[in-house]
Design a protein around this ligand. Structure first.
Ligand code: ATP
Ligand code: MG
Length: 317
């Protein structure tokens, strides 16, 4: 087991959200933000908050939105040496509004923002060369520069005896242009696969949970941790074992970021040597606590806060 930091790569964004539920952005709304965001940033910040080594490859603009993100990542202990700062492009952004039914509408500015300028720089190579774990998200594969970074970092991490995880994270607005072959290869090579709901079936190409798990394990996936929103999560291992973890009962204020906090916590606990059941329990707590705060990174917590949350929160039975 390689001891280098866990690394992630991809979009660093600010999130700006409508305070009222409704459909889309077709009339003037009250908005709140900027909150630091971007799935890879949320993930890696959670790793750092738990005390795990953490580094991020990304690009922000030379503007306040970039500073909001860099300040947060630095404060929480993330290595940002491979985050470049663009003089030409503004920091990426995501406007989000929650629908009455719990769905979400987004307006993204990513491809033509600094986030779209991400490249395999010398600093990115250096970080990948000393990394012990690479976490990849499907939502980032539509960006050309990301595909090159992922290919390089996968090889580098493998060469130094490290491991990989993959969150398929299918987003209808973002996955156009993703490379199907690279997607399949990432699934096949993942030591840890972190799908949510239907993504398990999409990744396996079958339409039933048990068959999907078997098919993916047969393709070489080391372990599968399935996210089930308020219902909690399940972990399936190559030896055929299964662990289910009921969700914590919380009031969901803002669901964005739960999946990333959950995945980062499971991974970090495992990299610290914790057994799977305990890691799953902490991951459930991290995901549940995150949805109780407005802003995707505002609910990120270290072990002390998670222990307090666990002690004070009931779980579904
Ligand atoms: P994201 O929107 O960030 O991509 P996701 O779909 O990947 O999220 P979810 O299943 O929504 O992931 O959430 C991850 C985990 O967080 C769940 O498995 C669960 O443990 C916890 N969680 C999420 N939402 C809730 C909730 N409303 N109540 C309790 N726990 C929750
Ligand atoms: Mg997800």
């Amino acid at each position: 087991e390689s001891v280098g930091p866990t690394i992630a790569a991809g979009e660093i964004l600010v999130e700006i959200m409508a305070t009222d539920r409704g459909l889309g952005f077709l009339e003037p709304l009250t908005l709140v933000g900027p909150y630091p965001s971007g799935a890879p940033a949320i993930f890696i910040d959670q790793v750092a908050r738990l005390g795990g080594g953490a580094g991020l490859i990304g690009c922000v603009g030379r503007d306040d939105f970039g500073t909001v993100n860099l300040n947060r990542l630095r404060r929480d202990g993330v290595d940002v040496s491979a985050v470049s700062v663009s003089d030409r492009y503004p920091t990426g952004s995501a406007f989000v509004r929650y629908r009455p039914d719990g769905g979400r509408d987004f307006v993204y500015n990513i491809a033509e923002s600094a986030a779209g300028q991400i490249r395999l720089t010398a600093e990115a190579r250096q970080l990948a060369d000393r990394a012990g774990h690479l976490h990849v998200m499907g939502s980032t594969l539509s960006v050309a520069g990301l595909r090159e970074i992922v290919a390089y970092a996968t090889k580098a991490v493998r060469a130094s005896g490290g491991s990989t995880s993959f969150d398929p994270n299918v987003r209808k607005e973002l996955n156009d242009g993703a490379d199907g072959a690279q997607f399949s290869a990432l699934v096949d090579d993942a030591d840890l696969l972190l799908p949510s709901g239907e993504e398990l079936l999409t990744a396996a190409g079958v339409d039933d949970e048990c068959h999907a798990v078997k098919a993916l394990i047969a393709r070489g996936v080391g372990e599968i941790v399935l996210k089930r929103g308020a219902a909690g999560s399940s972990r399936f291992a190559a030896d055929g074992s299964r662990i289910d973890c009921a969700g914590f009962l919380v009031e969901e204020v803002d669901p964005t970021g739960a999946g990333d906090c959950f995945g980062a916590t499971y991974l970090t606990c495992r990299r610290m040597g914790m057994e799977p059941g305990k890691a799953l329990f902490y991951a459930n707590a991290a995901g549940a606590r995150n949805v109780t705060r407005r802003g995707p990174m505002e609910g990120i917590a270290g072990f002390d806060v998670l222990d307090g949350f666990i002690a004070g929160t009931a779980r579904a039975t």
